[in-house]
Structure formats: structure tokens, C-alpha cells
Design a protein around this ligand. Structure first.
Ligand code: FNR
Length: 189
């Protein structure tokens, strides 16, 4: 059985190191996972005024989430949390009330930073949000990737063997986690 994994890259920057990480992960996934990027940059800032009538861009965003079996967040840490754009996307996904896109949807978080903490604090914030949104989360392995220049090439090749092996293992573990969750929780249960 194959699973669709929607991934959200938390950074909108053109030179994003987390975008590079996403490319590396897409290259390293086991064949049972189909990776589909879910963009969010064009979403307006959420307010519940939109709940009665979501704009097309938000309906499309929620449809993309509904069509995948699991979600992977690849995000930088900004000011010891997640970037505002990603938080905004999560707010959209969680609403209107009763139509939370993350309910029972397995997720995992990963990120890279030049700093040695490797997005750990931002990831903890994200885990709190996903808990509230009732997404079953892969607890382990955790992945705090310290980025060094050249670690990942523009086409998503990892130049350090042990990091490459770790990222491959991480995606294999995520595949197993998705399989376990989906075996007890049918999609959209
Ligand atoms: C940062 N950076 C950063 N790094 C970190 O490890 N912890 C942090 O809290 C922050 N805070 C922060 C805030 C803002 C507004 C910016 C722009 C940057 C540095 C950050 O890790 C670095 O810019 C990375 O390149 C960000 O990842 P992307 O956007 O390149 O994927």
C-alpha cells in the first residue's frame, strides 16, 4: 500500500535551508510514500470572519490536506517558535469549527537551523499546536538538523553520509508510523 504525504515547508524564503531539507527528504523517501507539497504562501491572514465563506485559496488548501494520508512539517525556528506564515496556515486548516483538517491525520515535524539547537524549540511549539489539533504525532525519532554550508545541494543531495542515513531512517520510521496509525484509524475517521 502507498500513502500520500503532504508536506509544508515553513519558510517562504527563496534561499531557504528548510526547502533544501525538503528536497533531500523527497529524494530519500521509501517507495511507499508519495510526497506532495502543500503550499500556503497565498493564504490571507486568517480571521473567523472568513468561516462563513472561505476564499477559494483556503478551500483549495484544505482540499489538499484532505487528500493526503499524513502531513510532514519541515520548518525553521523563528524567534524560538514557528514562522508566522506557517502558524497562519495551521489556523486556516483548523477551521471552520468542526472541520479541522488535522483531526486523526498522522504528522511529523523536522527542521534545520544554522544554530546547534537545530529548531528544537520551534518544533516543541509546533507539537503543541498539533496536539491541540488532534493530530497523532510521530514522537520518535526527533530530528534537529544543524545546517552547515554545503550540507545539502540545490538538487537535494545530502553531502554528509551519516546525515543522509539519518534522514532516510527518519522517513522509513515515518512510513511505519503512518502505517500503524492508518491501520487503527481509517482516513477521516
Ligand atoms: C531566525 N533564525 C533563528 N534560528 C534559530 O535557530 N532560532 C531562532 O529562534 C531563530 N530566529 C529567527 C528569526 C527570524 C525572523 C529569522 C529570519 C531567522 C535564523 C534561522 O535559523 C536562519 O535564518 C535559517 O536560514 C532559517 O531557515 P530558512 O528560512 O532558511 O529555511
Amino acid at each position: 500500500k502507498t500513502y500520500k504525504v503532504g508536506y509544508l515547508v515553513g519558510s517562504l524564503a527563496t534561499a531557504s535551508i528548510n526547502r533544501l531539507l525538503s528536497k533531500a527528504l523527497v529524494n530519500l523517501v521509501p517507495p511507499q510514500l508519495q510526497m506532495i507539497e502543500i503550499p500556503f504562501r497565498d493564504l490571507p491572514i486568517y480571521s473567523y470572519d472568513y468561516d462563513a465563506d472561505f476564499p477559494a485559496v483556503a478551500r483549495e488548501f484544505k482540499k489538499s490536506l484532505a487528500e493526503v494520508d499524513a502531513v510532514l512539517f519541515i520548518t525553521p525556528e523563528y524567534n524560538r517558535s514557528i514562522p508566522g506564515g506557517l502558524k497562519n496556515a495551521i489556523d486556516w486548516a483548523s477551521r471552520p469549527y468542526g472541520q479541522n483538517s488535522f483531526t486523526h491525520k498522522p504528522s511529523a515535524v523536522i527542521g534545520t537551523s544554522p544554530g546547534s539547537i537545530g529548531t528544537a524549540v520551534g518544533q516543541q511549539h509546533l507539537r503543541g499546536l498539533l496536539s491541540f489539533c488532534n493530530s497523532p504525532q510521530m514522537n520518535s525519532p526527533e530530528a534537529y538538523i544543524q545546517f552547515k554550508p554545503g550540507l545539502i545541494t540545490e538538487d537535494g543531495r545530502v553531502t554528509d553520509e551519516s546525515t543522509e542515513a539519518f534522514l532516510k531512517k527518519y522517513m522509513e520510521e515515518f512510513h511505519q508510523f503512518i502505517t500503524r496509525v492508518c491501520s487503527v484509524l481509517p482516513p477521516n475517521a
